[in-house]
Design a protein around this ligand. Structure first.
Ligand code: HEC
Length: 415
């Protein structure tokens, strides 16, 4: 451990480049008599943000650090910088990135989805690191080369994921919904399903560590099924990004070896375009790196979920909020509720590739009836179709704010 002045250092980490902070640090050093020999000779640490409990990707257990942490260590070494970690349980992809990387708690996050859509211009990326996606897991004697081969089979699909959407309309495939890759592997192992269509990296890891490699893992690719990953940085870290880009080519072999070590599927992906395959733009936004898979990581643990205390019914439903009059705070609180509770089915920020549950199409679909449709659907739900009723969970005010948010994301096109 290097000497540190916890309180101030902590605050100044966020302001590393701000002159004010340097001033405070110098002052503090003088005041506390810590102004010893200059630390200038010491290289700045390469601060990596990672989830402490996300194997095969990352772990705070030094005996089994995980793929991303080991890549981080190799990168730091190539950059000639010591590595430090900022551990943060990433329950919610974008939120994690906002708090840690954009909050300047760290310099880099490994394994973010390489997509401009991910967080907009706030996050910049290194060159491509790898590809991750959903995989078909089955006994080694079963060869599955496409969606047709699933016919007549019992298939485990992860709840609220692209595979579930993809197979939803296939009557000739028996679906068994599971909540995690772990559960999918168990169902397979217990003979409850013939195939598990689950998050590949974790399937590979479990196959290696728990199931003695007895299953064959076929990676899939297609919209919402796979995406490229990279190292992500805040947009202010262009220098670091360039240095990382320069270092990555020489680490190619190390990265390949580490991928094998952590059981990541290294097969050639098969392209999967099913009946209801995703047609809109790359919008099944991977949320980055929770081991349950991208969509799972969107599960709302963000504090505004069910369980919110219901307060007075202040605003009657007639109190119209349209995008022209809604206050920005209303929209942003609606967005927060939405991303905390609704996003794991309807997509983060309502970006959803499956039309049936794409709430950006509400206006296109209902026109003048949009408000009424919204209101009755969120109040009563459509339980038979998988849409819960929310009237005991949120206040009218909260529904208004969700509505105000949805108004801001309505599709302009007429397709
Ligand atoms: C467990 C998954 C799930 C959650 C969570 C969820 N929904 Fe839904 N929602 C659905 C499904 C599935 C449908 C489509 C039902 C159908 O096919 O008619 C739907 C439909 C809707 C519709 C009607 C869409 C249309 O075009 O008719 C609205 C509005 C809606 N949801 C709003 C919300 C809001 C707001 C939240 C959060 C408070 C939410 N939903 C949370 C699954 C969910």
């Amino acid at each position: 451990m290097r000497p540190s002045r916890p309180g101030i250092d902590k605050e100044c980490r966020g302001l590393r480049r701000a002159r004010a902070c340097a001033g405070i640090l110098a002052l503090a050093a003088t005041l506390t008599g810590l102004a010893g020999p200059s630390r200038g000779a010491e290289a700045e640490p390469f601060r990596l943000c990672a989830d402490p409990t996300n194997l095969p990707f990352s772990s705070d257990d030094p005996s089994q650090p995980g793929l991303y942490v080991e890549i981080g260590q190799a990168l730091a070494q190539a950059l000639g910088q010591p590595i430090t970690y900022d551990w943060y349980k990433s329950y919610f992809g974008k939120r994690t990135v906002r708090v840690t990387l954009l909050g300047k708690q760290c310099d880099a996050m490994i394994g973010l989805p390489l997509s401009d859509d991910f967080m907009g211009p706030a996050v910049i990326f290194s060159r491509k690191l790898g590809t991750e996606g959903y995989a078909l897991v089955a006994n080694t004697n079963q060869v599955i080369g496409g969606i047709g081969d699933l016919k007549g089979k019992r298939v485990a699909v992860q709840f609220a994921t692209t595979p579930q959407n993809l197979l939803a309309e296939r009557d000739d495939i028996e679906k068994v919904t599971v909540l995690s890759p772990d559960e999918g592997m168990k169902a397979l192992d217990q003979g409850k399903v013939d195939v598990a269509f689950i998050w590949g990296p974790v399937a590979g890891w479990l196959n290696k560590t728990t199931y003695g490699g007895r299953y064959r893992i076929q990676t899939t690719e297609g919209e919402g099924l796979s995406w490229d990953t990279a190292v992500g940085f805040a947009k202010t870290s262009k220098d670091l990004r360039d240095r990382v880009n320069a270092a990555l080519p020489q680490l190619e072999r190390t990265i390949a070896e580490l991928s094998v070590k952590y059981g990541l599927p290294g097969d050639r992906a098969i392209r999967f375009t099913g009946a209801s395959a995703v047609t809109r733009q790359a919008s099944d936004e991977p949320a980055a790196e929770k081991n349950d898979g991208p969509a799972q990581s969107l599960h709302g643990t963000v504090g505004t979920g069910p369980g919110v205390v219901k307060v007075a019914n202040a605003a009657p439903p007639e109190a119209k909020a349209d995008s022209a009059t809604a206050r920005p705070e209303t929209v942003s609180s609606g967005k927060e509720i939405f991303n905390g509770t609704c996003a794991h089915c309807h997509g983060p920020d309502a970006v959803q590739s499956e039309r049936r549950i794409d709430l950006r199409l509400l206006n296109h679909r209902y026109g003048d009836d949009m408000r009424t449709k919204f209101w009755t659907t969120v109040q009563e739900g459509r339980p038979a179709k998988g849409m819960p009723a929310w009237k005991d969970v949120y206040t009218d005010d909260q529904f208004e704010s969700i509505y105000a948010f949805l108004l801001t994301v309505q599709s302009q096109s007429n397709d």
